[in-house]
Ligand binder design. Structure first.
Ligand SMILES: *Cc1c(COP(=O)(O)O)cnc(C)c1O
Length: 949
């Protein structure tokens, strides 16, 4: 046995478990199980062509060598990305801590109060700094957040505006280039016309429904937008502002001059540049738009005992409920990064942030002053952190290159310099000397940072922020370390037990895969650094693209989308561009099975397509006759079919090739949702089933941790005819030769997180990936057989097998008064996170164990499920205090002086012997969702403050 093999560490069951597990499943060999599970006509004939697996130790050496190919120059490029200092206490206790990074989106609020509180802090910080009423708990990046703002303003047009078809959106030419590109991408399909210009020249005509401004502008200039917003409001034009979060410490909050939406990135609040991401974007708006806001919102509510509790608010806006009528397609966001940015606010507090913002501003002023003394002209009269020097760009660039410094060069006569938190006095002197050298002058040595005053009084901030206790308490490292631990203890993550969320693939996020993320050679690379400085990144990203292209059986890959939903949108936009290139721009019908994930219809609508829902059969499969009828009916306008494979019902449909052929015969392209790729890798692939494009959730199948609800990476892999249309970036050239405009802000999306998937594939190699898929299928079927007789598995394949996940029907228990939620909550008492609840079928749970779980853990989970099944037997429809109804049980309940229940404390909290050894205590009782939505509170203001309101 090769104990060096990473596969041995990644895959849970031991070789010695195999005979018993196969026996339980009722097969002789793994080959037999796979044969009985995956239809023959889609099995791969040949092994994937991947490099041989390497050990964890070899990978560490390899990735360090690669990191040293990155030339990490000092970057003063700005453009929405500024080097930041990650406080070590946050890096070590959050970024590098599986207690934080392995959690899922807080669907089970009772065991997620820690990250919910961290996100509430984040929302409070955003509303304070922007001066707005309501903020969400993150979007994917600033550019997509700006596009969401545009979409929101479009959707809240007045009745008259809608009737008159008002559809123009004004974009200030001071907007960041990647934001403009995103606005272009997102506006066209939904019928918005962009008009780019100077905000000073805007005519406020009634043809416009909205406008977006950048604050400070891309040039660095700080404008006073108050008059603009006033005039716009008078003309019924709503205004969004994209604002630099650190600048808001010193600048008047946009909320104070009446804007409707404020968006931006929180990257510079302690998050590594990472060659473009992942970083959390913020989105803040007025309470009036609470039903239209995109993404996740955390809100306050109460639990069964009336105690304060947190959970995700207003979920009825979201894609998983509203589908094609949803306000956006956001599912995975950037939770881990939002948690980190929020903690940065907690750690620094208002005084710390002021100190940082002042230092940045003063440093910029000091540089400007010195360069003026050198005889150079600084253009910006007002600025926060970015100055523009009139100088020969080529001359300066040559010297700067030599000195390993990056500036931004907007044109041949301008050099822009953006100062950031990490800029030192040495950097200041080096910047000055670069200019001095370029002009053969004696340099000026600066010995201290002077006071800057380039912020006009009219736009200077006068209001306070972060006044609440949480931002004024944890300022020593000991205090913050303990606060982070206190929150962490409230959350159930993969370092406690299996999280068998179906469709989410909660597998091991190996330490070896995560370690490189802490290396500044990867962390400090600016996304717009010249390509020749990023050889390490370029090599890694290209290899990952090639690996994914091979795994999917396609011809090309784009790593740009930074979530699965964003991948769906990207894939559909590529299909749209393909049809347009063939003169088929009328093709706009998208067929989507009724069982599809909510992001599918939401993405299709964003891509300007009309959703036609197709039926499912009794056995869960696609109704091929219905599909044929609809494909043929719409054959002149058919754009695409979106399918998930294996289906969201956990079945490999054998008709899939017939289905893809049918779509092609009617002129459509086939989009495969790759969320279930963990059931395919190295055994079959989207190419083999006849699809044309798929997205992959690298945060599911390819080991990027879920981070409590993000980051994600959602690359798209495409067949040959679609490669030319892969998305571009306006600053760094990438994508196909007929590339669509940007899908995400950064050229390679969340490049830093791609290291994890690269590590995963490189250390597993072909046999390791194949074995992972096989064991994922074995583990699922093992659970299925162990639960057989107690629970009904809703759908199986033709030979009676589940795929890598299965749906368990909980509807029969309704007769006993037991709902599927009761099972989910009772599992908490047993130390488990519930499987996926009520997706894709209401009243069911979907279990996906993944290959990483050991047989012992699978057994503990099955024991818990079987024990719960016995408890259900004791329930009656009219017993409100049944053990299942009271779940989860908290420590406060158990230790209370009174115990009024018909069952014992031990039964409540220690129902099986394994539980006592490793008890996890939910910190609140069942949360009341409806109460919180009726009384919406989305900041961490103390109770008294909103009780009065
Ligand atoms: C997770 C998932 C998605 C969405 O992916 P995100 O990264 O969360 O946007 C889409 N489809 C299916 C079937 C999924 O399970």
């Amino acid at each position: 046995m090769n104990t060096d093999s990473f596969a041995l560490r990644h895959i849970g069951p031991r070789r010695s478990d195999l005979p018993e597990m196969l026996k339980t499943v009722g097969v002789e060999t793994m080959e037999q199980l796979i044969f009985e599970t995956i239809p023959d006509n889609i099995r791969l004939d040949n092994p994937l062509l991947l490099d041989p697996a390497i050990s964890e130790h070899e990978f560490a050496a390899h990735i360090t060598a690669l990191s040293n190919k990155n030339k990490v120059y000092r970057s003063f490029i700005g453009l929405g990305y500024n080097q930041a200092i990650t406080p070590a206490v946050i890096q070590r206790n959050i970024l590098e801590n599986p207690g934080w990074y392995t959690a899922y989106t807080p669907y089970q609020a009772e065991i997620a109060q820690g990250r919910l509180e961290a996100l509430l802090n984040y929302q409070t910080m955003i509303t304070d700094l922007t001066g707005m009423e309501l903020a969400n708990a993150s979007l994917l990046d600033e550019a997509t957040a700006a596009a969401e703002a545009m979409a929101l303003l479009f959707s809240v047009r007045s009745r008259a505006q809608k009737k008159e078809g008002v559809h123009k959106f004004f974009v200030s030419e001071e907007i960041l280039p990647q934001t403009l590109s995103l606005l272009q991408t997102r506006s066209t399909p939904i019928g918005i016309e962009l008009v780019v210009g100077k905000h000073e020249d805007f005519d406020f005509s009634s043809e416009y429904f909205g406008a977006i401004l950048q604050y400070p502008g891309v040039s660095g200039k700080v404008y006073d937008y108050a008059a603009f917003v006033e005039k716009a409001n008078a003309a019924e034009i709503k205004v969004a502002v994209a604002a630099d979060i650190l600048s808001l410490v010193k600048l008047r909050a946009p909320g104070e001059f009446g804007v409707d939406v404020v968006v931006g990135t929180t990257q510079r609040f302690g998050i590594p540049l990472g060659y473009g991401g992942p970083h959390a974007a913020y989105f803040a708006t007025k309470e009036a738009y609470k039903r239209s806001i995109p993404g996740r919102i955390i809100g306050v509510t109460k639990d069964t005992d009336g105690k304060r509790a947190l959970r995700m608010a207003l979920q009825t806006r979201e894609q998983h409920i509203k589908r094609d009528k949803a306000t956006s397609n956001i599912c995975t966001a950037q939770v881990l990064l939002a948690v980190m940015a929020g903690m940065y606010g907690v750690y620094h507090g208002p005084e710390g942030l002021k100190n940082i913002a002042n230092k940045v501003h003063n440093t910029a002023a000091t540089v400007a002053d010195a360069l003026e003394k050198l005889g150079l002209y600084q253009v910006n009269e007002s600025y926060f952190d970015t100055i523009q020097i009139k100088a020969d760009a080529a001359k300066v660039a040559a010297v700067a290159q030599e000195m390993e410094i990056n500036f931004h060069y907007p044109d041949a006569e301008t050099v822009a310099i953006s100062i950031h938190e990490a800029t030192t006095l040495q950097d200041v002197n080096d910047i000055i000397s670069a200019f001095a050298k370029a002009y053969s002058k004696e340099t000026i040595t600066v010995t201290e940072i002077a006071e800057g005053n380039a912020i006009p009084e009219a736009v200077a901030r006068e209001t306070s922020f972060l006044t609440l206790p949480v931002f004024n308490t944890y300022h020593s490292e000991t205090e913050l370390m303990r606060y982070i631990k206190k929150l962490e203890r409230k959350d159930l993550s993969l370092n406690h037990s299996m999280i068998s969320l179906g469709s989410c693939t909660m597998k091991l996020n190996a330490a070896s895969e995560m370690l490189p993320l802490s290396d500044p050679q990867w962390g400090n690379m600016h996304p717009f650094a010249p390509l020749d400085q990023a050889e390490g990144y370029q090599t890694m990203l290209k290899k990952l693209e090639d690996q994914l292209t091979e795994i999917t059986g396609f011809a090309g890959t784009s790593l740009q989308p930074n979530s699965g939903a964003q991948g769906e949108y990207a894939g559909l936009m590529v299909i749209r561009a393909y049809h347009e290139s063939r003169g088929d721009s009328h093709r706009n019908i998208c067929l989507i099975p009724s069982s599809a994930h909510g992001t599918n219809p939401a993405s299709a609508v964003m891509a300007g397509m009309k959703v036609v829902v197709t039926k499912a059969l009794e056995n869960g499969n696609i109704d091929v006759d219905d599909l044929r009828e609809k494909a043929e009916k719409h054959k002149d306008n058919l754009a695409a079919l979106m399918i998930t494979y294996p289906s969201t019902h956990g079945v490999y449909e054998s008709a899939v090739k017939e289905i893809t052929q049918l779509i092609h015969d009617n002129g459509g392209q086939v989009y495969m949702d790759g969320a279930n790729m963990n059931a395919q890798v190295a055994l079959t692939n989207p190419g083999a089933i006849g699809a044309d494009v798929c997205h992959l959730n690298l945060h599911k199948t390819f080991a990027i941790p879920h981070g409590g609800g993000g980051p994600g990476v959602g690359p798209i892999c495409v067949a040959k005819q679609l490669v030319p249309f892969l998305p571009s970036n306006p600053v760094i050239i990438t994508g196909g030769d007929k590339a669509i405009t940007a899908i995400s802000a950064a050229p390679w999306g969340s490049a830093l997180a791609c290291l994890i998937s690269y590590a995963y594939i490189t250390m597993l190699g072909e046999p390791g990936l194949r074995h992972s898929t096989e064991y994922a299928i074995l583990n699922a079927n093992y659970i299925k057989e162990r639960l057989d007789g107690a629970y009904q598995c809703l759908y199986v394949g033709e030979r009676g097998r589940a795929a890598h996940e299965m749906i368990i029907d909980c509807r029969p228990f309704k007769a006993k008064g037991i709902e599927v939620t009761d099972i989910a909550k009772r599992l908490m008492d047993y130390g488990f996170h519930a499987p996926t609840v009520s997706f894709p079928v209401a009243g069911t749970i979907m279990i996906e164990p993944t290959e990483s779980e050991s047989r012992e853990e699978l057994d503990r989970f099955c024991d818990a499920m079987l024990s719960i099944r016995k408890e259900i037997e004791t329930a009656t429809a009219d017993e409100p205090n049944h053990i299942m109804k009271n779940a989860p049980h908290t420590l406060a309940m158990l230790t209370a002086d009174t115990w009024d229940f018909t069952y014992s404390r031990e039964q409540a909290a220690y129902p099986l012997s394994y539980v006592a050894e490793n008890k996890f205590w939910p910190t609140v009782r069942r949360v009341d969702d409806a109460y919180g939505d009726r009384n919406l509170i989305c900041t961490c203001a103390p109770i008294e403050e909103y009780m009065e309101a």
